[in-house]
Design a binder for this molecule. Structure first.
Ligand code: AMP
Length: 315
C-alpha cells in the first residue's frame, strides 16, 4: 500500500441546486479527494485554512485517518470560499464567486516525510502551487496526477501548461477539456491534452460517466444510474480520490489497473452526489463500496446476463 499525498483547496462552499442549498458547508478539492481516498489507502493532506475554519471539520478528516499535519491554519486569515449554483442540468456548475483568501498567498514547505510519497495528487488549485509542490519532491513519485478547472485554465494558462508537462495523469471535466484544448470534439480534445504531457487523460462527463485515454486506447465507464442526485459538487474530486486511492492501495500504475481505478472513482463519485457537501460520504460504510463496485460490473457487462450470473458464479 502506497502513501498518497494531496495538495489542493479546503473550502467553505455555498451551493444552490434545484433541490436545495447549503451555506458555508465543508468543501474544497483536497477535502473531497482525501476523504474519498481514505477508504483505500493512507492519505496525507497539504492545504491551508483561515482562523474561521471550524475545528469540527478538521476532526471529520482526522477521524477518517487522513494525516492533517500538513493543514496550515493562517492566523487572522479567511478560509477559501466558493459560491456556485447548478440548474436542472447538473453537469454544469456556474461559479458565482471565488474568494481565494488564504489560498492567494499559500506556499507550503513540505516536511521531509512528505517529499518521498509514491503517489501524488495535485488537486484543483493554483497551477503555480501545483508545480511548486511537485518540485519539492525528493524523488519523482511513481504516479503524479493533476486536476484543474476553468478558473485556472483561463487565469493561469502558462503555469498550467508548465505543470502539465510533468504529470502522468490529468483528470478534467468535459467542458474544461474542450476549453483547455480549444477543441469541440472530446476525442480530439483528449488527444490534444495528451500531447501537452500526461500519458493518461481522464475526462469526467458527469452523468455520462468517464472517458479515459491511455496508451493510445480509449476506455469508457458509465456513471452509476441514480434516481436522486442532490448536489454534484465534489463529484470530480471524489472520483479522483477513488481513482488514486485504488491505485495507491494496489501499488499500481499500469493500464489495466487504471481501468479498474476509473470504476472505483465512479463508485465513489456516485455516493457524493446523493447529498450536499460531504454528507453522504460521512455516512458511507466500507462494504457499500464493494457492493456498488459489483453492481457497476453488472452494469458494464456486455455479454453476461447481469446480477443473476454473478450469483451463479458464487461471488
Ligand atoms: P468538483 O469536484 O469539480 O465539483 O469541485 C468542487 C470543489 O472545488 C468545491 O468544493 C470548491 O470548493 C472547489 N473549488 C472551486 N473553485 C476552485 C478554485 N478556483 N480553486 C480550487 N478549488 C476550487
Amino acid at each position: 500500500m502506497g502513501d498518497l499525498l494531496v495538495v489542493g483547496s479546503v473550502a467553505l462552499d455555498s451551493v444552490t441546486t434545484p433541490f436545495g442549498k447549503v451555506d458555508e458547508a465543508l468543501g474544497g478539492s483536497a477535502t473531497y479527494f482525501s476523504y474519498s481516498a481514505s477508504f483505500f489507502t493512507r492519505v496525507r493532506l497539504v492545504a491551508t485554512v483561515g482562523s474561521d475554519f471550524p475545528e469540527d471539520h478538521v476532526r471529520l478528516l482526522r477521524d477518517r485517518g487522513v494525516d492533517v499535519t500538513g493543514l496550515q491554519r493562517s492566523a487572522g486569515g479567511r478560509t477559501f470560499r466558493w459560491v456556485g449554483e447548478y440548474g436542472y442540468d447538473l453537469n454544469e456548475a456556474r461559479t458565482l464567486d471565488t474568494q481565494l483568501n488564504v489560498l492567494a498567498t499559500f506556499r507550503p514547505a513540505l516536511p521531509d516525510a512528505l517529499r518521498r510519497v509514491p503517489y501524488l495528487f495535485l488537486a484543483n488549485i493554483d497551477p503555480e502551487l501545483q508545480l511548486d509542490v511537485l518540485r519539492q519532491m525528493a524523488e519523482r513519485p511513481r504516479l503524479v496526477a493533476l486536476d484543474t478547472m476553468n478558473f485556472w485554465i483561463q487565469g493561469k494558462r502558462e503555469a498550467l501548461l508548465r505543470v502539465l508537462r510533468e504529470v502522468d495523469v490529468i483528470t478534467i471535466n468535459d467542458a474544461e477539456a474542450r476549453q483547455l484544448a480549444g477543441e469541440a470534439n472530446l476525442i480530439r480534445a483528449a488527444r490534444a491534452i495528451a500531447g501537452m504531457g500526461p500519458r493518461v487523460v481522464v475526462v469526467k462527463r458527469g452523468e455520462y460517466g468517464a472517458l479515459m485515454l491511455a496508451e493510445d486506447a480509449f476506455f469508457a465507464a458509465p456513471a452509476y444510474p441514480l434516481e436522486s442526485v442532490f448536489d454534484p459538487t465534489g463529484a470530480g474530486d471524489t472520483f479522483a480520490g477513488g481513482f488514486m486511492g485504488y491505485l495507491a492501495s494496489e501499488g499500481a500504475s499500469d493500464g489495466a489497473s487504471m481501468r479498474r481505478a476509473v470504476v472505483y472513482g465512479s463508485v465513489m463519485a456516485s455516493f457524493t452526489v446523493e447529498d450536499f457537501s460531504l454528507n453522504r460520504l460521512f455516512r458511507l460504510e466500507q462494504p457499500e463500496i464493494a457492493e456498488r463496485a459489483a453492481a457497476f460490473q453488472d452494469l458494464m457487462q456486455v455479454n453476461g446476463r447481469g446480477p443473476e450470473e454473478r450469483g451463479a458464479r458464487g461471488r
